[in-house]
Ligand binder design. Structure first.
Ligand code: PEP
Length: 252
């Protein structure tokens, strides 16, 4: 059985005080143990403060990106080691906004995944097709290519320490959620590729989250699909009530 994993990607949102209040409200409800893994990924500048707000709870801390070098002359960047130093367990890598706005390639994401794993972080590695790619029947080819490129050179053990997030670009922040059938089809396809490329153990144990307009209303049906092991949540993770409702939906 794969333990469900709900992570909130706050993106470039909240003030410091708002972030602390949000994290504290989530931590208070989740408590010190949970049957599901939960993480919040605030803006990097607030990681330390949010880490304090969730201390003692079962809520994990995650970052939204990192650089692939440990230290040096890389103005503006943050290393995986620095994230570990602040108490991070997870780091989101290859989010479509990083791929599209900041032009990160599969090779960039691959370097970051390897560096994050070397530092002891759990990468949440995102893949997803655009609307044009889906309409051109290229979804499988695109997400398989992103996953293979972004995980290149990883051993089966390293892949097992990674979480995959399938996030169709057309569903992110749009309110247009993939149907459970659309999402399940891609998750099953990715799992098949993991079995071919690695081992059946990797394929059966790795967690694949769905992301893209997940909310309190649609979470239960998505999370009820056999190959959907959790959610990476953007907008709905910015309100404690909706994020907590998505966490609760893992039980239904
Ligand atoms: C995301 O950006 O990872 C995301 C899934 O956003 P939203 O839930 O707002 O679509």
């Amino acid at each position: 059985m794969r333990k469900k994993f709900i992570a909130g990607n706050w993106k470039m949102n909240t003030s410091r005080a708002e972030g602390i209040a949000l994290a504290a409200a989530i931590a208070a409800k989740v408590g010190s143990s949970a049957s599901v893994d939960v993480a919040v990924c605030p803006p990097s500048l607030y990681l330390e403060a949010i880490g304090q707000a969730i201390k003692g709870s079962a809520v994990g801390l995650g970052a939204q990106s990192c650089y692939h070098e440990a230290k040096g002359a890389f103005t503006g960047e943050i290393s995986p080691q620095m994230l570990v130093d602040l108490g991070c367990k997870y780091v989101i890598l290859g989010h479509s906004e990083r791929r599209q706005i900041f032009r990160e390639t599969n090779q960039d994401v691959n370097r970051k995944v390897l560096a994050a794993l070397a530092a002891g972080l759990v990468p949440i590695m995102c893949v997803g097709e655009t609307l044009a790619e889906r309409q051109a029947n290229q979804t499988s080819q695109v997400v398989r290519g992103q996953m293979e490129g972004s995980l290149a050179g990883l051993s089966p053990d390293q892949v097992l320490k990674t979480v995959i997030a399938y996030e169709p670009v057309w569903a992110i922040g749009t309110g247009v959620v993939a149907t459970p059938e659309q999402a399940e089809e891609v998750h099953a396809d990715l799992r098949k590729l993991l079995e071919t490329r690695y081992t059946s153990e990797v394929a059966s144990k790795i967690r694949i989250q769905y992301g893209g307009s997940v909310n309190a209303e649609n979470a239960a049906t998505l999370l009820g699909q056999p190959n959907i092991d959790g959610a990476l949540v953007g907008g709905a993770s910015l309100k404690a009530d909706s994020f907590l409702a998505i966490i609760s939906a893992t039980a239904s």
